[in-house]
Every structure is written in structure tokens, then in C-alpha cells.
Design a protein around this ligand. Structure first.
Ligand code: 6GU
Length: 231
């Protein structure tokens, strides 16, 4: 059997992992060997007695910067031990993560994720070790670890055999870049609110058309930018 899809995470908080990735779909797939997690403590690659990974920024300013030499040693050692790329540095100043990128990474052998803490990472190691800088949205987290978990979860659910119902994944691509239509289950009337009549009709073509209209309408209202792209 070939090596499982592998997430290598470089972090000063390896104990945060697998965390939520140990539950639900991702957790089951991890236990079943569909994917592998290697949470690497960056401090293991420091050389001083205090296992220092950061230092003051040249030019002055607030906060600390992660040292390039420590990160490079970690990257080079894990790479030599077979950690697959691409290499991704999680930072709010990165390019925005897209589902297309997630699909691409899920189709590969794995990802190597660098979690920043403090003010950031010395720019030279980002360039010298060919890291892609990626953000998961326009807000600021206190470190890259939660973003790394989001990236891994998004990739793992696309691995073969992880989502039992293949139709669930298909539906996503079927609705093609639109926000999802609303869902309903029992009770049929709840707090005086009935389920939309068409969903009880058994007319599958009408239900499909209604859901499509709902998806278009909610996308137009919440994310009109999604309708302006060609695809
Ligand atoms: Cl990737 N890192 C941090 N620290 N904050 C973020 C982010 C990443 N994406 C959005 N906010």
C-alpha cells in the first residue's frame, strides 16, 4: 500500500494536534490510516539551552519574529524524512485559500504547514524554502494552528473514502460555486412554521428547480461576487 496522505505541521504548540481533527470524519479517517498527521515541535530544532525559536525584529517594532535558521532545519529534516509538499505558511497576509486550491492539495501526497506565532516569520526562509503564503479569510487569528486545522479538514474530507455518501461531495460541485439551498426535516410544522410545500410534493424535478432558485437567490444576496466569476 502507498503512503497515506500526510499533513506535516510545524508549530510551537504540537499538543494542539490532532485536536478537533481527532473527531468526526477526519478523526475516523485518521484512525483508519487514510491520512497521517506529523505535528512537529519547532523547538526541537532550536540549538540553545532555552530552545529559542524567535528574536526581536531588525528595524525595531513590536513583537518577535520566528528565526529562519530554526525553521529551515525543521523543514529540511522533515523533507529528508519524506514529508511531502507543497509548503504552506499560514498567515493573514497570505493569498486567500480557495476550494480549488484545497482540491489540488487533496489530490497530491500531502501538505507541509508552517504555523506562525508572534509577529511573523523571517521572510528569507519563506523565500528560500519556497513557501506559499496562505490566509483562510479576512480576520486575524492569534496563530496559524487553527488555520492549519481548517486547511487539513478541508483536504481530508475530499480524500477517497472519507465522506461515505459520495453524493454529498458531488452535490457541492453540482451546485457549482453557489451557496447551498436551505434544508428542512421533521417536524413538518414547527412553532407554526411549515416546511416549504414543494419539498413534500415528491416531484423531484420541481424540488431540484426550487433548490436551484433558492441557491441562486441566497448567493445573489450574500455573495454576489460569486456570481460575477466565469466558470
Ligand atoms: Cl492563515 N493565520 C492567522 N494568524 N490569522 C488568520 C489566517 C491565518 N487566516 C485568516 N486569519
Amino acid at each position: 500500500m502507498s503512503a497515506p496522505w500526510t499533513a506535516t505541521v510545524l508549530t510551537i504548540f504540537p499538543e494542539m494536534f490532532p485536536g478537533p481533527l481527532g473527531f468526526s470524519l477526519a478523526g475516523k479517517a485518521l484512525a483508519n490510516g487514510v491520512w497521517k498527521l506529523d505535528a512537529v515541535d519547532l523547538r526541537d530544532y532550536a540549538t540553545d539551552r532555552h530552545r529559542t525559536v524567535d528574536d526581536a525584529p531588525f528595524g525595531g517594532g513590536a513583537g518577535m519574529v520566528m528565526r529562519p535558521d530554526v525553521i529551515a532545519r525543521a523543514v529540511d529534516d522533515r523533507t529528508a524524512r519524506g514529508a511531502p509538499g507543497p509548503r504552506v505558511y499560514l498567515t493573514p497576509r497570505g493569498e486567500r485559500l480557495t476550494q480549488a486550491r484545497v482540491r489540488e492539495w487533496a489530490e497530491g501526497a500531502g501538505v507541509l504547514l508552517l504555523c506562525g506565532r508572534y509577529e511573523g516569520v523571517d521572510q528569507r526562509v519563506i523565500e528560500a524554502r519556497d513557501f506559499l503564503e496562505v490566509s483562510i479569510g479576512d480576520f486575524v487569528l492569534s496563530g496559524g494552528e487553527l488555520a492549519a486545522m481548517a486547511v487539513i479538514d478541508a483536504c481530508v474530507r475530499l480524500l477517497p473514502g472519507v465522506v461515505g455518501d459520495a453524493a454529498s461531495l458531488e452535490e457541492e460541485s453540482f451546485s457549482g460555486g453557489l451557496l447551498e439551498y436551505p434544508h428542512y426535516t421533521r417536524p413538518q410544522v414547527w412553532e407554526g412554521r411549515p416546511v416549504p410545500e414543494v419539498l413534500l410534493s415528491g416531484h423531484h424535478a420541481e424540488i431540484r428547480a426550487w433548490r436551484r432558485r433558492q441557491a441562486l437567490e441566497i448567493t445573489r444576496r450574500r455573495r454576489p461576487d460569486l456570481l460575477n466569476t466565469v466558470s
